[in-house]
Design a protein around this ligand. Structure first.
Ligand code: FES
Ligand code: FES
Length: 156
């Protein structure tokens, strides 16, 4: 049976969909449109999601490679009561969002980093988001946001 778990919900994938990209499945079949499609060729990072805890570009992952895996999208970040994840809140508080197109991918890359490293240096944060392009912010506020989120999460 071809199943994937998205934000904690198990979905069965029909054989006919296995060649579809993960981003198309998320956006068009599950209506999870928070994951953005900037380039569709693996260069902008807007489509970043977590696959088994690691950040991946969902536009270059075929569904058949995601079978049996746990996917987390930006919609899976907030708590059940709607409280934003500390990383999401930190992006708002630091002014790290302008047009917002890159934000879901940035948040997911940051989440992947903070799962591995609870106290990353600014350099490590820069490397973690190096594959996520932002046309608006100049990156400094985004790095600030990830640093601030890490601090909040260490205290939790
Ligand atoms: S949309 Fe996937 S990397 Fe740009
Ligand atoms: S906020 Fe516009 S692309 Fe990053």
């Amino acid at each position: 049976m071809n199943e994937i778990t998205v934000n904690g919900v198990v979905h069965e994938i029909p054989e006919s969909d296995l060649e579809m990209s993960l981003i198309d499945y998320l956006r068009n079949k599950l209506d999870l449109t928070g994951t953005k499609n900037g380039c569709n060729i693996g260069v902008c990072g807007a489509c970043t999601v977590l696959i088994d805890g690691k950040s991946k570009r969902s536009c270059v992952v075929k569904l058949n490679k995601a079978v049996g895996k746990e996917i987390v999208t930006i919609e899976g970040m907030e708590a059940a009561d709607g409280t934003l994840h500390p990383i999401q809140q930190a992006f708002i508080d630091a002014g790290a969002i302008q047009c917002g197109f890159c934000t879901p991918g940035m948040v997911m890359s940051a989440h992947s980093l903070l799962l591995q490293d609870k106290d990353p240096s600014r350099d490590r944060i820069k490397k973690a988001i190096a594959g996520n392009l932002c046309r608006c912010t100049g990156y400094q506020q985004i790095i600030d946001a990830v640093e601030n989120a890490a601090e909040v999460m260490r205290k939790e």
